[in-house]
Design a protein around this ligand. Structure first.
Ligand code: G3P
Ligand code: MG
Length: 325
């Protein structure tokens, strides 16, 4: 039997673009004792392969993709029965590549749609989406093909264009652009499902105050949908702290333990954010360690009780390994 760890990235292994000094030691310690561990982040917008190679280089510790779970990774399990999807968020060409790699057969982004028909946007010349038009044109898109779902992969880089096109599809006749159902006959269920991969309202950028995260885009889409239809939007949100994501993470750890011919006695989530890391771990039945190197600061109010608090990820790992099961 062994303990296992799920480690958050922002505020635990990295702070902005910098590595948290003790992170490398913590990972080396886990490897030395053959402890199963994964990296579990609400970040995203690029492929798992790309993110782990960048992270491995920064940390100086090799991380394989089977030890890595980012906000949209569980979308891999939702590919079935979907032909065309709208992929929203981040750098759109990169996010489109991620969706194609997951196995979605026909992936279209708001930029491609705006390129195919600029009048789809109220003020096409004002939107930053215009900048990506030409790069995204990899052939003509048949606008009559219905969309089966909307997947938000990352923070919206263009709230106006992304909200407009998402709402158009949510209110359409069967996912066909340019059509609209009778708004008086709406219940909460939109014409096609919408999935969001991260509920973080804000995140700590290099600016002095927190900036909008994907959670702010979720609130925008919900508010516009409600204002137009008078009913709340029925949607799906994954990422930390949802059970959907913790279940996926648990599966990765169990696979790892199995390949090491051992069994896991308890899993410790090491995170800096009470709302995502600690809440999610507690709800899923994992143990949790709150660290002081990110969002949570000394003297902040504790509204979700972690198993323990540690100064940083190295102290978290050391303390947990010393604890009796
Ligand atoms: O909100 C996205 C990101 O900034 C949070 O990342 O690694 O702390 O889950 P992480
Ligand atoms: Mg974090």
């Amino acid at each position: 039997m062994t303990k296992a760890f799920a480690l958050d990235i922002d505020g635990v292994l990295l702070k902005g673009s910098r590595v948290i000094p003790s992170a490398r030691k913590a990972l080396n310690l886990l490897n030395k004792y053959s402890i199963p561990w994964i990296v579990l982040t609400n970040g995203g917008g690029t492929s798992e392969k790309h993110r782990v190679s960048e992270l491995s280089r920064k940390l100086g510790v090799k991380i394989e993709t089977n030890r890595f779970l980012q906000s949209h990774t569980p979308y891999r399990d939702l590919v079935n029965n979907k032909n065309r999807i709208l992929a929203i968020g981040g750098k759109q060409s990169a996010v489109r590549d991620v969706a194609l790699e997951y196995g979605f057969p026909d992936v279209v982004t708001p930029q491609q749609l705006a390129a195919a028909d600029p009048m789809m946007l109220a003020f096409p010349s004002l939107t930053s989406t215009m900048a990506g038009y030409n790069r995204m044109l990899d052939g003509r898109i048949d606008l009559a093909v219905p969309f089966d779902a909307i997947f938000v992969f990352h923070d919206s880089y263009d709230f106006s264009a992304d909200t407009q096109i998402a709402i158009d599809l949510l209110l359409s006749e069967g996912g066909v652009l340019g059509t609209r159902r009778d708004l008086n006959k709406f219940n909460g269920t939109p014409s096609i499902p919408i999935y969001f991969s991260c509920a973080d309202l804000q995140w700590a950028s290099d600016y002095g105050l927190p900036r909008f995260g994907q959670g702010a885009f979720i609130e925008t889409v919900r508010a516009v949908y409600k204002a137009l239809t008078n009913v709340p939007l029925v949607d799906t949100v994954i990422g930390k702290p949802t059970k959907f994501t913790y279940r996926y993470a648990d599966k990765l750890l169990q696979n790892q333990a199995q390949s090491m011919a051992t069994k896991i006695s308890s899993v410790y989530m090491v995170g800096d954010n009470q709302n995502s890391d600690i809440l999610g771990a507690n709800n899923y039945g994992w143990e949790s360690v709150l660290v002081r190197t990110g969002v949570y600061q000394e003297n902040d109010r504790l509204f979700t009780k972690p198993t323990i608090i540690a100064d940083d990820v190295l102290e978290a790992v050391e303390k947990v390994l010393e604890m009796k099961d």
